[in-house]
Design a binder for this molecule. Structure first.
Ligand SMILES: *Cc1c(COP(=O)(O)O)cnc(C)c1O
Length: 303
């Protein structure tokens, strides 16, 4: 299968007002429909490593709508790995049919183990991994969200020389692997801004494990109440953005980041004359699952 790296172009974004800045979106979402954006970057060197070690089984963790689960499942099918997904929430076990992400992963051959939320919190503990090893034998472990050193190395390839003239680079944050790669490959004069998709203050330490550069900040005001929490304002923003630019954003990550960027533009946050590059990290497979939830709540859906 072909990764279309040449399609990750920097696309200019229409700004209705004269903010005195230029905004571009790096279309990493175009790289692949299922191993999209940063998930491709994060898997690249890990899959190479697993092959090198002669391990034919990938095991990882994720929630019900996880882009990482979908990406690992598809990559497994494509590159000849067995895949095991440890899924948060044992109530999901008999709801696979209603969950587009899990249904897709299952179709790619992923084997699931559903565990309680309490147990899921222990997922990276040594005793828990030992239990998994007795159950599943030898496997290559990809942490939740896929973030580890090799993932960060892959994300260091998102920015290229051609991006050196940007003053700001913006990205959404889940576990912090993607922004770590961006920080490592950034130039000193660039400022990297991260927009967390979830509440919490643990991110700074997580990122600091992978980076030494100091040219980054976290903007915490746009998580919309927590992971995968959304409201009508965000949906309307995303739908309007699509109408204007013909670019689909996802509700969990890139929608919130772009909402934040537009709000910061309105507040005059960016220096006049600056060039801003936002990263579209993909994640579009999650939209249909989110729309199912929105329909149940009788809310407007993402178009
Ligand atoms: C997983 C994901 C992220 C979060 O990336 P981290 O490296 O975990 O911070 C951001 N955007 C999208 C679309 C994702 O799927």
């Amino acid at each position: 299968m072909i990764f279309q790296l040449n399609k990750s172009i920097n696309q200019p974004i229409a700004l209705q007002k004269k903010y005195g800045v230029h905004l571009f979106l790096k279309r990493e979402d175009n790289i692949h429909p299922f191993i999209s954006g940063n998930k491709y970057r994060k898997l690249k060197y890990n899959l190479e490593e697993a092959k090198k070690m002669g391990i034919s089984k990938l095991l990882t963790f994720g929630g019900a709508y996880s882009n990482h689960i979908a990406a690992v499942a598809f990559a497994g099918q494509e590159f000849g790995f067995e895949t095991i997904g440890i899924i948060r929430g044992d109530e999901l076990e008999d709801k696979i049919q209603e969950n587009p992400t899990l249904l897709f992963a299952k179709g790619c051959g992923m084997q699931f183990r559903f565990i309680s939320r309490e147990m899921f919190r222990e997922k990276h503990s040594i005793p828990f991994i030992e239990i998994l090893k007795t159950e599943f034998d030898d496997f290559y472990l990809l942490p939740e969200g896929g973030t580890n050193e090799l993932a960060v190395k892959g994300c260091e390839e998102i920015l290229t020389e051609a991006d050196n003239h940007f003053d700001y680079v913006c990205c959404a944050i889940g576990t912090g692997g993607t922004i770590s790669g961006l920080i490592n490959s950034s130039k000193k004069n660039q400022e990297i801004l991260g927009f967390p998709a979830l509440k919490g203050s643990f991110l700074k330490e997580d990122i600091s494990r992978f980076v030494t550069n100091k040219n980054w900040s976290i903007i915490n005001e746009y998580h919309f109440g927590g992971y995968a929490k959304i409201n009508i304002e965000l949906i309307e923003f995303m739908n309007h953005f699509k109408e204007e630019n013909n670019i689909q954003l996802d509700p969990v990550y890139t929608g919130k980041m772009m909402f934040g960027i537009f709000d910061l533009l309105e507040k005059g946050y960016f220096k006049r004359g600056s060039k801003i590059l936002a990263i579209h990290t993909g994640g579009l497979q999650g939209i249909s699952g989110m729309n199912n939830v929105l329909r149940q709540k009788k809310m407007p859906i993402i178009v």
